[in-house]
Design a protein around this ligand. Sequence first.
Ligand SMILES: [Zn+2]
Length: 166
Amino acid sequence: MGIVSVIDEMVSSSRVHAWAYTTAGEHGRPAKGVAIVACMDARINVESMFGLPTGDAHIIRNAGGIVTDDVLRSLLISQRLLGTREILLLHHTDCGLMRFNDSQLVPQLEREAGSKLPFTLGAFTDLDEDLRRSLALIRSFRFLVARNSVRAFVYDVSEASLREVV
Ligand SMILES: [Zn+2]
């Protein structure tokens, strides 16, 4: 089944009118004042993990939940324009970003595409190390108003537990 037919199916069965949009929080300000940066892994439901109804938090997701320039851009807007004051970083065990490395994959992709990849893929080998690097990156990003209110956690998918990285 192609991607278009899956999307067609999703759109026709969507319940947009029932619950896709919440009126809580003026101009979309997250009610709990928190922003979460998490991996896009399809097995993780960030909202239910932290008991967050729609409207409570900004949830910024990408492959690995790594802190890229675009994540810093979103956090800046989240804090400066939409009033969030705390940041939670979430990595997880069995992450796809640990199953390859940039130095092997990038040259292969560039050969196939015949051009230079304009960004890194951000693979990492150590969850704690990547989170500590991310914490440091956010704490040194002076455009954030609450750049020290950031904490990082590893979700262990086999034990279904959370562990804080300090
Ligand atoms: Zn992941």
